[in-house]
Design a protein around this ligand. Structure first.
Ligand code: NM2
Length: 532
């Protein structure tokens, strides 16, 4: 064990913050839950607008960077080849950034919008149905992926262009914070990031575990109890612990590849054996609904409702703000991971690749899985909504799958896929947490035992909370944990612009890739003059 490589202040600081949250919750579960709920309401009620601004800001910023000079900067030296082919790259990126939650929400998010639509529309109305088919897609669309991509810029830049062998968030904000990065401020940045990610992982586990438990119950008949859920969490931890231990090139990549094959299978299966035409048409029409309403969806809050005697729907806080907070806590981790696998690409390729492949992947899930459920509801084949309201969302998800042919096969595949999706997110998360809590990463890989350690640490909070019945509290953990990370995101964007502009200016012989065009007649005249 090489103790010198561990960044002890960050390591111990992050654990201290974690335990200072877990222990009070374990000893005072009820008061703890109340405090967390109040904090959530406070954050989303007062700072919701900041989250929405961050989302829009990230999208505009990235499009600007991609098509600016900085977009052409290559990540790595001149002759460095792409470390991973585009297919593996996109698969790893998607499996890292997207966990089991996509299976959960793609299957069932529509049912919530159907009953509680945005913009004051009536539940169950035609508009509500339109929103049901499209709002989920929006919450997993370009704005969300822009939040994910933003931190990758400075991180990749410092790692490959300025060649600093440190995979840390604090290192990526050095251009703004200067030498403070080497003191407590840098440590605090890294600790807040780690804490954010632990919160995000909490949300993921709190949603994923009950769904996997329902799947296992369906296959084996074992009743869904706390014990089963705890066993599932442990099983998942062991799987992603082993994968993180075996490293990026083996474990993480192999799981991502299996994940992708199963995903393609299940999506194709539902698409072909489900209502193919309905799915295609509804998905395609949703692009229009999102396109038409893109800016309203991205900026909608309800400041006037209480003043004009209307009851606020609470929709923006419960959904868009919550979602952006959740994407935000994962973002620096995904940024670190995307940066790590993007050697040899240009910044533009990295930005557009992440946003386009990411969005496309989510569109497929929501379009196929979500619209399948919506079809069952509308056609009257299965009243998903009543079933969900009675038995809960996880049971409804499994019940929807039972409407497919060969469901004895599909439910187990879906359950395995959920476990794999969870594992492929958490193995990369453990890997990155280890990298951040080290002073250096030798040869690009954090220490093995250290990766394993974070794998188990990721599950401590969820496991502890589950036994005190706090899984629901945990579902919103991202909101509180994400608040400070939002400011780190701004620092990250700022750092990138500062550093890349400095470097571009320093390259005296840098040729801007501009084409100077003249009107055609002038060009023709010049040519004639030359010829005569
Ligand atoms: N996001 C993509 O559980 C998961 O799928 C992890 C969740 C942030 C909503 C990521």
């Amino acid at each position: 064990m090489n103790n010198k490589l561990i960044d002890w202040p960050t390591f111990i600081g992050a654990l201290a913050v974690l335990f200072s949250v877990v222990l009070p919750l374990v000893f005072f579960p009820e008061a703890g839950a109340e405090v967390i709920n109040a904090a959530n309401e406070f954050m989303t009620g007062n700072f919701g607008v900041l989250y929405l601004m961050l989302g829009m800001g990230a999208l505009i910023f990235l499009l600007y960077v991609a098509f600016s000079k900085s977009g052409q900067i290559k990540l790595g030296s001149k002759d460095v080849k792409k470390e991973f082919g585009t297919f593996s790259w996109a698969a790893m990126l998607f499996s890292a950034g997207i966990g089991s939650s996509i299976l959960y929400w793609a299957m069932i998010e529509w049912a919530y919008y159907y009953q509680g639509p945005p913009f004051g529309d009536q539940p169950g109305s035609e508009q509500a149905i339109q929103w049901a088919a499209s709002y989920g897609m929006y919450h997993w669309g370009p704005v969300a992926w822009a939040i994910y991509t933003l931190p990758a810029l400075p991180i990749a830049y410092f790692y490959y262009v300025r060649k600093k062998p440190v995979l840390k968030i604090s290192e990526a904000v050095r251009p703004v914070l200067g030498k403070y990065v080497d003191g407590p401020v840098g440590v605090i940045v890294d600790i807040l990031f780690i804490f954010g990610l632990l919160g995000g992982a909490g949300t993921t586990l709190a949603l994923g575990t009950p769904m996997i438990a329902e799947g296992i119950n369906d296959i084996t008949g074992i009743p869904v109890t706390l014990g089963l859920q705890a066993a599932i969490m442990l099983l998942c931890t062991i799987i992603f612990g082993i994968s993180a231990y075996s490293g990026l090139r083996r474990g993480i990549r192999v799981l991502s590849d299996i994940n992708l094959v199963l995903t393609i299978f299940i999506l194709l299966f539902i698409f072909i054996f489900g209502p193919t035409v309905f799915i295609s048409e509804t998905t395609f029409s949703s692009f229009g609904v999102i396109g038409d309403n893109f800016f309203s969806m991205s900026t909608w809050l309800e400041p006037m409702a209480p003043l004009i005697g209307d009851e606020a729907t609470g929709f923006p806080e419960a959904w868009t703000v919550f979602y952006w907070a959740w994407w935000v806590v994962y973002a620096p981790f995904v940024g670190l991971f995307v940066a790590r696998i993007s050697r040899g690409r240009t910044i533009k390729e990295m930005i557009l690749g992440t946003m386009i492949y990411g969005t496309l992947g989510c569109v497929l899930f929501f379009g196929i899985m979500g619209n399948f459920g919506l079809y069952l509801q509308l056609s009257g084949e299965f009243d998903v909504i009543s079933f969900m309201n009675e038995n809960g969302a996880p049971a409804a998800i499994i019940a929807i799958l039972h409407e497919l042919p060969l469901s004895v096969l599909i439910v187990p595949i879906f359950t395995i896929l959920a476990i794999l999706f969870l594992a492929t997110t958490f193995d990369s998360a453990s890997y990155i947490l280890a990298a951040v809590a080290q002073t250096r990463v030798k040869g690009g890989e954090p220490l093995r035992w250290h990766r394993m350690f974070w794998a188990f640490t990721l599950t401590i909070l969820p496991l502890a909370l589950m036994f005190i019945g706090g899984l629901e509290t945990l579902q919103t953990a991202s909101i509180v944990a994400g608040f400070p990370v939002m400011f780190i995101m701004v620092l990250l964007a700022w750092s990138f612009i500062k550093a890349s502009n400095e470097d571009i200016r320093a390259h005296r012989n840098y040729q801007p890739p501009t084409i100077y065009l003249e009107p055609r007649d002038i060009v023709a005249r010049k040519r004639e003059n030359k010829n005569s």
